[in-house]
Structure formats: structure tokens, C-alpha cells
Design a protein around this ligand. Structure first.
Ligand SMILES: Cc1cc2nc3c(=O)[nH]c(=O)nc-3n(C[C@H](O)[C@H](O)[C@H](O)COP(=O)(O)OP(=O)(O)OC[C@H]3O[C@@H](n4cnc5c(N)ncnc54)[C@H](O)[C@@H]3O)c2cc1C
Length: 462
């Protein structure tokens, strides 16, 4: 007689594994199915964690090269890419093993292999059939491909191949000026690659606040990045010496050739549902291939739910995690909920760029009246002491109520600073609330307080 579970989760990325742990905490009998060798999905194996390990290591190298001498530290840094990659692998292993431990601790049953939904309440894995009350699709996403450009993971790589290069390319062409392209471009630029980013749109980081993105582009150019905006790659030819990319103006016109040793295709990600048998069970998907869910993460088929990159919304690990928690609570009869208005996003470059809530462009498009409070790190004591003064904090508040609607930070530790505004927004707080909260001195956080003061035109150090 087959074992029966309360919930079976397909995929153990940040969405799936967090959903499993929360469901187990709530007393459910939980199974997970994973086709990869290690848990943690894209994020831990080929995404957030390895990219951050390489960003960390390469940033320390760049600091040692460019800023140590100014601080009186004499060093002659060099690097060994294979050891840097081993450091990255240790980060992956440490994190993925942590999930094995958490699954054991919470009595989550693990099935290895590719799952197929055989019908409501039935999940097939290899020769086994799992009987379950609920099914959660948490199968994540895959690299988006560009027509006519074949990813061979050697000369033309996806983020996965870029994270495993055995040599720093002299010339790296990055197709796509989104988060992944700029982060991995930064890693290799710091290690000596000449990086050219080709982007279809007329700006970098689509979706981020325009002013923050422009400032950030200037800072990246200062670090040696070259940008070809409003341009499309139409063909690539590879030989032993490298890749020749045919690049045309997005609006049409004469083509030019950009030569590179390695090309990184970073034009985004697409939902992954291959082999799940969704057509057979009738689970609806939208035009972009995403599993369609209602506000409670339920698909159109009773007992089948979905979370994370495979459904609508930003493709971010913490969004997937929060959906996993909310869904587990809903399945347990509680009121699980995700506030999509307050999902921070961070680009982990140097400086970092972080955002939460609405951008100026979004507020304008929505016809909302707002006030801007902006404060430069040039006037922040701690940033001055550290000589990391590039960037600013910008707070956007409702003109009538002063409620904070968004925050955009370009600068040191932006990815940490953004959370004080995220929490404020969760509580429906105002710029005044933030401005009247005592902040320790000297901290970078004081720039956030000053930006809040600046909303009412009363920043002290500006
Ligand atoms: C280079 C890179 C850097 C990134 N950096 C960040 C970052 O800094 N911060 C951030 O928030 N996000 C980042 N992301 C995005 C983040 O990785 C994803 O948003 C996140 O992993 C989505 O989680 P998920 O659980 O929905 O899916 P995934 O993490 O994609 O996990 C899905 C899992 O399902 C498994 N699976 C699929 N089909 C089946 C099947 N039929 N049977 C069994 N198992 C199956 C897969 O093997 C996989 O392990 C990055 C992504 C990349 C590529």
C-alpha cells in the first residue's frame, strides 16, 4: 500500500523547500521530489549563491587592487580562478547540505528523480507513484534563449556556464543589461575582462527606477563597462578564436560586428514545466508559459497549486520563499498572504543598487502625486570615512499622506539598507516616521534617515 502524503512538492528550490519546511512545521506529512543531485534549485546551485560568492571574492580582489593603497595597506594582489571557483563551490555545498539537514529535522520525505503529475493526487517518480492530497508545482525557471544564438556553455554561455568558466575571457560580450548580466559582467570585469553589454532597450535594468539606473550605468562605465543600448544581436558565429556577434540598431539600420572571446546570454528566464504532464491533467498556462494561479496559488485543477518562478511575478528567490510559506499556511487552513507591493530587489554589484515599492516612472504612469527625498552618500559621514561615496538614497512618499511608496538606493550596502524601508512600508509608515527614528552615528543608514527628512525639505547635511 503506497504511503499517502498531505502535500507533495515538485522542486526543492527556494519556493519548494521553504514550502515543505513550513508545511511540516504546521503538522502536515510532506514529500518533496527533486531531479537535481542537490536541493536548493537554481538559487543555491547555479544562481544567487554561486554568483554572490564570485561577486564577493572578485570585489575583495578589486578592493585590494584599487583601494587598499589609499588606506595604507600595501599588497600586490593576484588571483587564481580555480581557487575562486572552489570557494564558490564551498558556498554551494554549505548551503545545499543545510537543506538536507532541515528536511531531516522536519521529517520531510525526499524522492529523487523527475516528477510527472499523473492526475490529481498522484505524482509519478521513476517507477514509484506518490499518493497525496495536495500537489505543489515549484519547478522554477530556465535560461531564456535567443533565436539564432546557440548556447554551447563554452564560447556562448548562459549564467550557468559563466559561473563555471575556467579562464577569464579577455573580451566578454553580455547580451542583456538585466541583473544577471550586470552581476556576472562585474565579476569578470574585476578580474580583467573588457566587458561590453548589448541591450535592446535604451536603458539598463528595465523595471528599476530610471534615475537610479542612469547613475548606476555611469558608475559601471567608470569601472570599464561599455554599453551598446537600443541594439539587438541578430546572429553569432563561433570559431576557435572567439565569437563574432552581428549587432543592429533595435529600430533597424546598418549592422556591425562585435567580437568577443566569450558571450554571455542573459536576456532573462522562462518558466520551466517540461515533462510535468500539465497538458494531460489540464493545468492552464498563460501566453508566457507560466502556470496560472489564483490569489491562493491554486491552479484551475483542484488540489494542484504552484509557486515561485513558474508563476507570475518577479523571478526572485525571496518572492518564491514567501509564496511557499503563504501556500503552506493556506493549505493548513490559515490566512497565508504575500504583499507584492513590498518585494525588495537588489543588484549585488559595487556599489549595490536596491529598490522596494514603486519607481518614479510607475508613480507617474499611475497618476499618483508624490514627493521625492534624496540624499547623496557624499554627505554621509560613514561613507566619507570609508571613501565609498558613490550613489544616493531616494525616498518617494505620497504627496498628501506622506506614506512611503518606494525607495531606491544606489550605494554601499544598498541591499541591506533597503530593508528598513521595506519594514516601514509593511507597516504603512510615513517619511516622517522614518525621519523621526533615531539612527546610530556614524552609519550608512543615516543616509536613509536624511532622505526621509529630505521628503519634507529638511535634510540636515544637504
Ligand atoms: C545567475 C543567477 C543569479 C540569481 N541571483 C539571484 C539573487 O541574487 N537574488 C534572488 O532573489 N534571485 C536570484 N536569482 C533568481 C532565483 O534563483 C530564482 O528566482 C529562484 O531560484 C526561484 O526559485 P523556485 O523555487 O521558484 O525555482 P528554482 O530555484 O528554479 O527550483 C526549481 C527546482 O525544481 C526542480 N525541478 C524542475 N522540474 C522538476 C521535475 N519535473 N521533477 C523534479 N524536480 C524538478 C529543478 O531541478 C529545480 O531544482 C538568480 C538566478 C540566476 C540564474
Amino acid at each position: 500500500m503506497a504511503e499517502t502524503f498531505d502535500v507533495t512538492i515538485i522542486g526543492t528550490g527556494p519556493g519548494g523547500y521553504v514550502c515543505a519546511i513550513r508545511a511540516a512545521q504546521l503538522g502536515m506529512k510532506v514529500a518533496v521530489v527533486e531531479k537535481r543531485e542537490s536541493h536548493g534549485g537554481t538559487c543555491l546551485n547555479v544562481g544567487c549563491i554561486p554568483s554572490k560568492a564570485l561577486l564577493h571574492a572578485s570585489e575583495r580582489f578589486a578592493e585590494a587592487q584599487h583601494t587598499f593603497a589609499r588606506m595604507g595597506i600595501i599588497a600586490q594582489p593576484s588571483f587564481d580562478l580555480s581557487r575562486m571557483m572552489a570557494f564558490k563551490q564551498e558556498a554551494i555545498d554549505g548551503n545545499t547540505k543545510g537543506i538536507d539537514f532541515l528536511f531531516k529535522k522536519n521529517n520531510v520525505s525526499v524522492f529523487r528523480g523527475a516528477a510527472r503529475i499523473a492526475g490529481p493526487g498522484k505524482v509519478a517518480v521513476g517507477g514509484q507513484m506518490i499518493e497525496t492530497k495536495h500537489i505543489v508545482i515549484a519547478t522554477g525557471s530556465d535560461v531564456a534563449r535567443l533565436k539564432g544564438i546557440d548556447i554551447d556553455e563554452e564560447r556562448i554561455v548562459s549564467s550557468t556556464g559563466a559561473l563555471a568558466l575556467d579562464k577569464v575571457p579577455e573580451r566578454l560580450a553580455v547580451i542583456g543589461a538585466g541583473v544577471i548580466g550586470l552581476e556576472l559582467g562585474s565579476v569578470f570585469a574585476r578580474l580583467g575582462a573588457k566587458v561590453t553589454v548589448i541591450e535592446y532597450l535604451d536603458r539598463i535594468l528595465p523595471g528599476m527606477d530610471g534615475e537610479a539606473a542612469k547613475t548606476f550605468q555611469r558608475l559601471l562605465q567608470r569601472q570599464g563597462f561599455a554599453f551598446k543600448l537600443s541594439s539587438k544581436v541578430t546572429a553569432a558565429s563561433t570559431d576557435k578564436t572567439g565569437v563574432a556577434l552581428t549587432v543592429e540598431p533595435a529600430a533597424g539600420g546598418a549592422a556591425e560586428t562585435i567580437s568577443a572571446d566569450v558571450v554571455l546570454v542573459a536576456i532573462g528566464r522562462v518558466p520551466f514545466t517540461e515533462g510535468l504532464g500539465l497538458d494531460e491533467v489540464g493545468v492552464a498556462r498563460d501566453g508566457k508559459g507560466r502556470v496560472v494561479v489564483d490569489d491562493h496559488f491554486a491552479t484551475n485543477v483542484a488540489g494542484i497549486h504552484a509557486i515561485g518562478d513558474v508563476i507570475r511575478g518577479p523571478m526572485l528567490a525571496h518572492k518564491a520563499e514567501d509564496e511557499g510559506i503563504a501556500l503552506a499556511e493556506i493549505l493548513a487552513g490559515q490566512a497565508g498572504h504575500v504583499n507584492y507591493e513590498v518585494i525588495p530587489s537588489v543588484v549585488y554589484t559595487a556599489p549595490e543598487i536596491a529598490a522596494v515599492g514603486r519607481s518614479e516612472e510607475e508613480l507617474k504612469a499611475a497618476g499618483m502625486a508624490y514627493r521625492v527625498g534624496k540624499f547623496s552618500f557624499l554627505a554621509n559621514g560613514r561613507a566619507k570615512a570609508n571613501q565609498t561615496t558613490d550613489g544616493f538614497v531616494k525616498i518617494l512618499a505620497d504627496e498628501r499622506t506622506d506614506r512611503v511608496l518606494g525607495c531606491h538606493v544606489v550605494g554601499p550596502m544598498a541591499g541591506e539598507l533597503i530593508h528598513e524601508v521595506a519594514i516601514l512600508m509593511e507597516f504603512g509608515g510615513s517619511a516622517e516616521d522614518l525621519a523621526r527614528t533615531c539612527h546610530a552615528h556614524p552609519t550608512l543608514s543615516e543616509a536613509v534617515k536624511e532622505a526621509a527628512l529630505a521628503v519634507a525639505g529638511r535634510a540636515i547635511h544637504a
